[in-house]
Structures are given as C-alpha cells and as structure tokens.
Design a binder for this molecule. Sequence first.
Ligand code: MGD
Ligand code: MGD
Ligand code: MO
Length: 764
Amino acid sequence: MADEKKERWSRRDYRHPAAGWGAALSVANVLKGEGEWIDGPRAVFRMNHENGGFDCPGCAWPDDTKGLKLDICENGIKHVAWEMTHRRAGKEFFAGHTVTELKTWSDHDLEAQGRLVGPLVYDADTDRYVPIAWKDAFDLVGRHLRGLDSPDQAAFYTSGRLGNEGTFLYQLMARELGTNNLPDCSNMCHEASGRALTAALGTGKGTADLKDWETADALFIMGVNAASNAPRMLTALTEARKRGARIVHVNPMVEAAARRAIVPHDFVDMALMKATPTSSLNLRVRPGGDMALMRGIAKALLERLETDPGAVDPEFIERYTSGFEAYRKVCADTPWEELEHQSGLSRAAILEAAEVYHRSERTLISWCLGITQHEHGVDTVREIVNVLLLRGNLGREGAGPSPVRGHSNVQGNRTCGIDHRPKEEFLDRLASVCGIDPPREHGLDTVGTIEAMNRDDGDGGRVRVFVGMGGNFVLAAPDTSYTAQGLRRCDLTVHVSTKLNRSHLEHGREALILPCLGRTEKDEQRTGLQATSVEDSMSMVHLSVGMKRPASPHLLSEPAIIAGMARAALPDSATPWEDYVGDYDRVRDTMARVLPGFEDFNRRVRLPLGFRIKQPARELVFLTPSGRAEFSTAALPDVVPADRDVLVLQTMRSHDQWNTTVYSDDDRYRGVRNLRTLVLMNAEDMRARGIAEGALVDIESRSKDGTRRRLSGYRALRYDLPRGSAAGYMPEMNALVGIADYSTQSDQPLMKNVLVRVTPAAAG
Ligand SMILES: Nc1nc2c(c(=O)[nH]1)N[C@H]1C(S)=C(S)[C@@H](COP(=O)(O)OP(=O)(O)OC[C@H]3O[C@@H](n4cnc5c(=O)[nH]c(N)nc54)[C@H](O)[C@@H]3O)O[C@H]1N2
Ligand SMILES: Nc1nc2c(c(=O)[nH]1)N[C@H]1C(S)=C(S)[C@@H](COP(=O)(O)OP(=O)(O)OC[C@H]3O[C@@H](n4cnc5c(=O)[nH]c(N)nc54)[C@H](O)[C@@H]3O)O[C@H]1N2
Ligand SMILES: [Mo]
C-alpha cells in the first residue's frame, strides 16, 4: 500500500482570513471523507455543551462560559470525525498483513484502517497481531509485571487524552505496584511551564480564565500557532480587538492568528466575509529570543520608573513579591545591545512592546511550545512572570499567565497524579486514603524512560515493560530510531489505543494492542452510563458523556482496562477495582479525599459548567518558601549559534495534523499543498547555501553529545523567517532530535531548538 502521490506539491501565499469559509470547506471535506455526513454534524452539536455532551478531544481550550454560543472549530471537528470513522481494522485485516509489511506503510495509511475492534497479541511465529481474549491479555500483563525484579522495570506512559477517573486509577496502579515511572506527553509539552510557575507562584498552572481573556486590555500571544492548534482562541482574539484591546504576537513566524480572522460561528461576519484583524503588533523574535524580549520590556519599564512612578506597581511589588531589587539590578546590568542581539529585535521594537504593556491596565500573557521546548524554557516562563509581577498583573480580572495546554486533558492528568516527581503531601494522602505504600523516589520521565529501555541488563534499572495509555510514543518522542530500539528491547509492550499506529509496530518481544472506547462513545458499566471528567487549560473541571454506539462491542473503557491490568498484576490488592469500574462515582469519591480542590467532587462536577479548581496564586496566596511571588534573576542565555552555518530548526505542526496523526499533506495557512518533507528557510540563508526554491536538500543535526543525524529528500521552501532559523514538521523531524538534546532545566526535549546544517542534496 505504497503512498502514491499523483498530485504535485505547490506553494503559494495564503491571503484569506484565518478560520472563515476556508475552515468551513475543510470541515465539509473531512466529514465527507470519513463517511460522517449524518453523524458528524450531529456529534458536533453535542460537543462542549453546557449540559451533557462530550468534551471536544481536540484541544484544552475552555468552553465558552456563557454557554450560549456553539463554540466549535475546524480542527476540533476533524479530530472528532477521526475518532467516529466508519472504518474498522478487524481481525481479517491483521490476518492479511505481517507486522514487517505494515512497517513499510505510511502512518496515514496505518490509521486510515479505522478503529481497532478487539484486543490483539503479537504472534512471533506468523509475525502478525492475532486476536486474544481480554482475560488472557490481562493475564499476560499481570505475568510480566509480577515477574519483574523491581517495579521500576516498568514504565507507564500517558498521552493527555485520558479522563481524570482513568488517570487516578492508572497512577494508583503504578504506585501500588511500587513505581513512580509515569512518563507523559507533558514531559514534551509544558513541563517547563509547570516548573517555572511552581517556583515563581507556588501554583503550577496558569491563573487566567476565559473571563480574563474577555476583559484583558493587552494580550501577549507567544510561541503558539493559535489558528491551527487552539483555533477557539481566535474567538477571544477577534472579540478582544473588537473591544479595542491590544494584541502583541511574539513568534519568529507571522502565523495566521496574527493577521485577521473570521470566527466560523459568527454567522453575520461569515455571510459578509467580514474579517477582524487579530494583531496590533507582530514581534518576530529569533528562536529562543523571548527571554531577552521580556527582559527588555522590564528594563524599559524600570528605566521609565526614574521619571514615571506609575511605570510599575510599587504597592503590589512591596506587598506580594520577593526579590524585586535583585531583579531590578539584573535588568539594569543587561545592556540593550545584548537584548537586541539575543532577541533579534531592535530596541525600538522592544520599546514599542513595553509601551503597549505600560499603557494596559490588565495584561494577560499566553504561550505554548515556542517558549517551552527550548533549553531555557523554565527561565523564559519565569521572565514572563517577572514582567507580569512588575505591574501587578496577577490575581485580578483580565490579567495573569495563561499557558495554552495541548491535549484535551493533559492538565487534568497532572492534577490527578500523573507525575514522575510527585509531591510528598500527595503521596501521604494517597497512602492514607487508598491504604497503599507508594514509592517515594522520583520516577522516570519520557526521556528517562527511553534511556532506561536502552540500558543493558547489567546496568540494572532497565525498563522491560512499557505500557502506553494512548498516544504514539515512538513518533512523539525524540530520537525516533533510538526510541524504536528501546521499545523493541522490551519484554512486553502494551498500547491502549483507538487506532493502529507506528508504536504498535515497534513492539517488544511480546506485545499487546488493547483497543478502548473513545470519548464520543457510550461507556456503559454495571451501574449504567458513565461520565468521565476532564480539566481544561483554565482549570475548569466538567463531565464528558459519550453518546455514540461504541465502534465495536468488544471495546473496553480505559478505566476498565486499567482495572483489568491492575487485578492481574496485583492479585492481593485491597483496592476495590471492580467497584470503581462499575461506578465512576466511586472513583470520584476517593479522588475527593485525595486531591485538594476536589472536595465534594461528585456534586460539583455535575453543576452546569462544572467547577474551577482554586488556584492559590489567583487569590494572591503564594505557596512558595517565602510565601510571596518570587522574581527570578537568571542570566540571559546565549541563543545565537556561534557557527553561522548552523540554523536553529523548530519542529512544529501543520494545520492539517493532530500531533502524530496527519490528516493530509497540506498546510493551508502556510500556503503549502501536498508536501510535508519540507524545510522552511529564510531566502538569504537559502541563497548563501546555493539552494533554489523547492530544491532537494539534506538536513544534518548535531546533538549535544556530538552524534549526528540526517534526513534526506526534503525540499527547501522560502519563508518569512528570521535569518538563522528554519522550520519543519513533527513528528517526522524527531529523527533529528538526539536523545541527549533535552533541557537541563525541564528535561524537555529541545524540539524547537534543533541545531542543523542544510545543504543542497548530495548528487546521486
Ligand atoms: N489542530 C491541532 N491542535 C492541537 C495540536 C495539533 O497537533 N493539532 N496539538 C495539541 C498539543 S499536544 C499542543 S502542546 C499544542 C501545541 O500548539 P503550538 O505550540 O502552537 O504547536 P506548534 O505547531 O509546535 O507551534 C509552535 C509555535 O511556536 C512558534 N515558535 C517556534 N520557536 C519559537 C520561539 O523561539 N519563540 C517564539 N515566540 N515562538 C516560537 C512557531 O513558529 C509556532 O507558531 O496544540 C494542541 N492543539
Ligand atoms: N519534534 C516534535 N515532537 C513532538 C512535539 C513537537 O512539537 N515537536 N510535541 C510534543 C507534544 S507537545 C506532545 S503532547 C506529544 C504528543 O504525543 P502523544 O500524545 O503520544 O501522541 P498523539 O499523536 O497525540 O497520539 C495519537 C494516538 O492516540 C491514540 N488515541 C486517540 N484517542 C484516544 C483515546 O481516546 N484513548 C486512547 N487510549 N488512545 C487514543 C490513537 O491510537 C492515536 O494513534 O508529541 C510531542 N512530540
Ligand atoms: Mo502537547
């Protein structure tokens, strides 16, 4: 099933507003493609509803608090249609293809087989996945887990889709077994944000909610491609501009959300083709230059303080913060020339941003992966907080830090215990409420797990059993071939999934694929239809209820699969696994006793819009050692490669993909059709290397540990990017990210900071 591409690639500038009719058309095509003309639209009208309905699995943007508008987006619809497809990958399919053959298929073709319908086990004799009974599958997992020399030889990965109840049971199983090896997608996503916010504010999450987005009068949008990855932010941005707020986009690229948009549910604007500008200022920083920009803004304000006492908020600083004088000195000591060089922006541009900030009464700063997937991601987020603290933009309406989370429940996963570095208080409560003796040593994160899978037996600590609760580990993680090798060295790999993906093919000596219900599907248990809860980017927890008939009668819910594995691995467990699965209210009863902020969980989660987990920092309560918000004084890092031949490559998403799921090879807002093997470059950088538009190039990365990795067959395309930077797509480009290339501050892989050389393709 080779991927035959008859259509040629093409490239042209995108001149239309973001969202609008282009999005509407794209949705229609997706629904048609999945055979979802009838069910698709109906499902969409049940999504994100105030009462009932399921939570859109597309992203973690909160639902509209007014509950009046149908707040949906093109990419959310694509995501839902992807899950609801009528296609099935049944046992005939697996009987017809060896794993070796499937490995030659494209990722798109693997997922295009549709939903998995029953549990499968790898049969080495025939090199095929064959059906297995659920009980036998659980027994196999139990046998392997019980046979380990130490529970730390197992790792339990979570992709951020898992609902809160499943999350709680999953971490309970791991900790009852005796390990904190809970790597998750957050290790690649917002680990830096969590660590920085915890250190600065004592609360590891953003403090702003949707109301704040609706009342801010300046919004800084940093390192996010909102039109593609958080499209519902477009609503907030158009409304902000309509009420006169200023919007500053900070990004090496001018992304679609930084131009103009038509919000698809705004029927009048749609009909009149009336686009709203969504930017007041675009600052095209150099990759990793955000910290210098933030420090420049602070420096500008502090310089103004000499003549204008209103430049900062002295009362706020005095009452709530610690470390201001030291920070003031650091800013004074950092010369403007250095700030300009490191940010890639002129002093005038930095001053313009400072002016927007100065004039605003209520400022909100939002960011995503362009900030976090860097060496100094933690320092940059702390610098963002420094800037907010200067003018008291915290703990009041319209202000505060607001990281854009990724997966729809990635934030809930952390809240409910997926953390390889759990807090002592959490473990204490888990121990007393659940009657287990959880391990106290920190566990492995994503990078640590990959390294441990590749360790030799003699070294001890080799990970031999890998369980993936959703996700597509081999493609999502850095250093693809090394990660694949690690998975292949496992004694057992287990993937709980909805569709076939590459991680199933890079399997351990024994391997299971355990198919589960999706979020759109009815989850019937002993006591009837169940709902699971999720937490959005802004800490709102609400229920999600599936309403579609399951893709197959043989699917189990994620909580049921977890309980099945737990029972088999922990035969003497006193945990009431069956009761939990029979009625998710029972899980919530336990969670209410373990998790702060979840008191009276079962009642509050049934309120029309759910409930918001209290953010102490929002109430100006700082759970830091000083009891105050802490300014940080990190030295400005040098983000400019010494060698001019080296480009800083960022690996990002196209408009038409969801992480490792690629819907098509188009990237509408960037004007690309039918091409993913591309590298976007500045025209001058191309000229300097003798590379013509569309020419084939080789890309070679150099890792921190000196090893090199190479991709060939890519095409260079001219793009409006700062000199010295380049961009291409994840997950393909993870082949260039070395295992050693992670931040020492956050342990996050440096997916926006891959140092590469791009050369014309070697002849022949
Ligand atoms: N449709 C769709 N929605 C999604 C996803 C998806 O794949 N598809 N993924 C979800 C997930 S898990 C996540 S984490 C989020 C990801 O959402 P994004 O963070 O938007 O993801 P990326 O596509 O990696 O885009 C990174 C952005 O950061 C910019 N950038 C790169 N380097 C720098 C830098 O040094 N400084 C600044 N200021 N900007 C920089 C890039 O130009 C790009 O605009 O989206 C979530 N939502
Ligand atoms: N180079 C590079 N790499 C990156 C990034 C980057 O920017 N650059 N971004 C990183 C980020 S932010 C993230 S979050 C990770 C994403 O990493 P993952 O979360 O591991 O990857 P996904 O592509 O989201 O996972 C898709 C798979 O999830 C399964 N799935 C879908 N729905 C469900 C469900 O309801 N239940 C279960 N059990 N399974 C389901 C399907 O089988 C599907 O194949 O990738 C990271 N990797
Ligand atoms: Mo993410």
